[in-house]
Ligand binder design. Structure first.
Ligand SMILES: *Cc1c(COP(=O)(O)O)cnc(C)c1O
Length: 346
């Protein structure tokens, strides 16, 4: 049987034996009554890690985004976010369906400037414009290839937001990776934002879970929206224990994933067959493009690679994404690059 190298996402990681043991041993209670000790411990620890007053558990990053939008906007409002942000591209129109807002996308390559934000905010004193009430930053930015948003940009964006009376939200599903790549504490990365989301089901390798952190008042409102969307759980400590274990044992190893992504990207780029901007390979995501000169498209490449045991995602007609994580080794990244290049050359 061919070895399976799954680079589709860092969500495919499996809980380790040690993580399962921590889950089995978790002290639990009813979290809807606020009585799950493990969830309470995780929420307190994450509030402190993120430098906020409070934090609340959410089953998924998608729901964290939905709850954040509902907490910080009203139906009919407009949200400014970076082009190809997760909230606009990967949540099935949830922003419109659940929060009743429209997303206005600006910038590119995972980044936008404070001046682009200023230009995007609709004038408040005309009757025909939607009210721009929120700006969202995604760090790291998934579809742009896991790029880190420079903190200088973040500070300027949030300063303009405050000046214009907008709320600020950080989609930090991979904020741990941004912290590992920059050496800045997650609290510093989250400091300029009213609400910040982080995820445990990506690079940290837990089976599920995200958290929203912010002021007590905002987290209390977010908890009510979580209930309304059906996201409040009961003996959630089993999940929280996995997240706590991930903070203890998987957080510090993220630089390994980044180094492996680098190895994969450099091997792919060295083939000279595809378009890959190595400057975008800053964390654990490698996004590359198939030039029109190649007969093969992303779907076909992904299907053929699967037959050879290498799994990658077709991210667009000619765009492919590969993600490193704790269940792939450096040697497997090298092998995956060799297989992909062989298929491209064929
Ligand atoms: C994966 C992801 C989410 C959603 O997380 P799920 O747990 O898969 O719902 C949100 N934002 C970003 C940037 C992501 O990469």
């Amino acid at each position: 049987m061919t070895e399976r190298i799954d680079l589709r996402s860092d969500t495919v990681t499996l809980p380790t034996d040690a993580m399962r043991a921590a889950m089995a041993a978790a002290v639990v209670g009813d979290d809807q009554y606020g009585e799950d000790p493990s969830t309470n411990r995780l929420q307190a620890r994450c509030a402190e890690l993120l430098g906020k007053e409070a934090a609340v558990w959410l089953p998924t990053g998608t729901m964290a985004n939905q709850v954040a939008l509902r907490t910080l906007t009203r139906p009919g409002d407009e949200v400014v976010a970076c082009r190809e942000s997760h909230a606009a591209w990967h949540e099935l129109g949830g922003a419109a369906a659940n929060a009743g807002v429209q997303i206005f996308e600006i910038g590119q390559g995972g980044r936008f400037s404070a001046e682009e934000l200023r230009a995007a905010v609709k004038p408040r004193n005309f009757a025909i414009f939607p009210t721009t009430t929120l700006v969202e930053v995604e760090n790291t930015h998934n579809r742009a290839g896991g790029v880190v948003v420079p903190q200088a940009d973040v500070l300027q964006i949030c300063a303009v937001a405050r000046e214009l009376g907008l709320a600020t939200f950080l989609d930090g599903a991979r904020l741990w990776n941004a912290s590992a790549a920059t050496g800045l504490a997650v609290a510093e990365l989250a400091a300029p934002f009213d609400l910040a989301a982080v995820a445990f089901s990506k690079g940290l390798g837990a089976p599920g879970g995200s958290l929203l952190a912010g002021s007590k008042a905002l987290i209390s409102a977010a908890t009510r929206h979580r209930q309304r969307l059906g996201g409040a759980m009961r003996q959630n400590g089993i999940f929280a224990a996995a997240a706590l274990h991930a903070l203890d044992f998987h957080l510090a190893r993220l630089p390994e994933d980044h180094a492996n992504a680098r190895v994969l990207a450099e091997a792919l780029a060295a083939g000279g067959l595809l378009r890959l901007d190595l400057a975008t390979v800053q964390t654990n995501i490698v996004v590359f493009h198939l030039p029109g000169s190649l007969a093969i498209d992303a779907q076909t490449l992904s299907a053929r690679a699967r037959e050879r045991g290498v799994l990658v995602n077709a991210f667009g007609p000619r765009t492919v994404r590969a993600v490193t994580h704790l269940n792939v080794t450096r040697a497997q990244c090298q092998r995956a690059a060799a297989v992909l290049l062989e298929l491209l050359a064929a």
